[in-house]
Design a protein around this ligand. Structure first.
Ligand SMILES: [Zn+2]
Length: 338
């Protein structure tokens, strides 16, 4: 099997390793696609060292990758819940051609959803959990989403799907604002030109989803929220919040929520719901996935993902398309089942 590993900041290396055998209750997966996640950009860049919590994030060599789709390639002893050839979404898988997974953790991909699009499932489950369970968004809510990268964009889908008609998005990039409007945002604020505070004041949001993790937008999220609003701090913060004030939390009786990961036992259920949304076209996968790279170009996939000016939103890596440098044999690229 081939594994892509970070050898240092902005430097992937491809390693050839023995393909593992599945043990009891396990399956061997042929990994199809792995999407680049925002949480992996800090280890890629080697910059996430400002908080003790992230110590080790920039230690190398290290593996990354988790938002995967895959095909079952072999069954370990006692496995009968899935079959060889099934398309599945595992709980996690690295940027590698193969992976071992617990059979009970796998969710089957319905017909009509491609392996490439199914790579949206993991971020889809986090946004689903955030919007439905943590924030309990209702159709009458006025929603403000700060930052419409891949995560915020999926939140637009959920808010529209729930029935919200007031969805405001703020971002620095017009291309992203345009996609958000196509997906159901009723108002777009270009934060590079307009003051988000002034524009959002007219209709104060009852739900705010802060996706950037940056100090100023986090402060704005709390400041702009209507009395009794729910505010989600969904962007991973990497910098100290200098001069940060929380009096609005007290005066406006805000509910502030952090994080977004569903508890492990529930995650398969949310993955299933997201796959249903993908199948029904309630998540518009074509607008989210802008770039696909072979595993041998995983570094380029990350370069596109870190720079919104290159027009990328969700960037995915085809893990059955890779060659080890110095070899000419493609890894069973074209004949795979998808
Ligand atoms: Zn992720």
């Amino acid at each position: 099997m081939i594994l892509a590993r970070l050898a240092g900041p902005r430097r992937f290396e491809l390693l050839e390793q023995p393909t593992p055998e599945p043990g009891p209750g396990e399956v061997l997966l042929e990994v199809a696609f792995v999407a680049v996640c925002g949480s992996e950009l800090a280890p890629y860049l080697g910059t996430a060292t400002q908080f003790p919590l992230y110590e080790g994030v920039a230690r190398y060599p290290r593996t990354v990758g988790h938002e995967a789709s895959a095909v079952v390639a072999a069954l370990g002893p006692g496995v009968n819940s899935v079959h060889v050839g099934d398309n599945v979404v595992p709980r996690s898988a690295l940027f590698a051609s193969h992976a071992i997974a617990q059979a009970e953790d796998l969710v089957r991909i319905p017909s009509g959803v491609s392996l490439e699009r199914a790579a949206l499932t993991l971020m889809g489950q986090e946004t689903y959990y955030l919007c439905h369970e943590m924030l309990r968004i209702q159709p009458e809510d006025s929603v403000l989403i700060i930052g419409v990268g891949p995560f915020g964009m999926l939140c637009v889908e959920h808010a529209r799907d729930i029935g919200c008609t007031s969805i405001t998005v703020a971002d620095m990039h017009t291309s992203r604002l345009e996609i958000a409007q196509q997906l159901g945002a009723s108002r777009a604020i270009n934060a590079a030109v307009d003051d988000v505070s002034k524009t959002a004041e007219e209709e104060r949001p009852t739900v705010v989803i802060e996706c950037s993790g940056q100090p100023q937008p986090i402060q704005q999220a709390i400041r702009l929220a209507a009395p009794l609003a729910r505010v989600a701090l969904a962007g991973r913060p990497y910098k100290p919040l200098d001069g940060f004030t929380i009096e609005d939390v007290f005066h406006n009786m805000l509910t502030v929520l952090g994080g977004k990961i569903p508890p492990p036992g529930y995650a398969p259920m949310y993955r299933q719901r997201v796959l249903d949304m993908l199948k029904a076209g309630r998540i518009h996968a074509a607008q989210h996935i802008t770039h696909t790279f072979p595993l041998s170009e995983v570094g380029e996939a990350f370069e596109v993902a870190i720079d919104p000016l290159r027009g990328g939103l969700k960037v995915v890596v085809h893990c059955q398309r890779a060659t080890i440098p110095g070899r000419s044999t493609a890894q069973h690229a074209e004949q795979s089942r998808h």
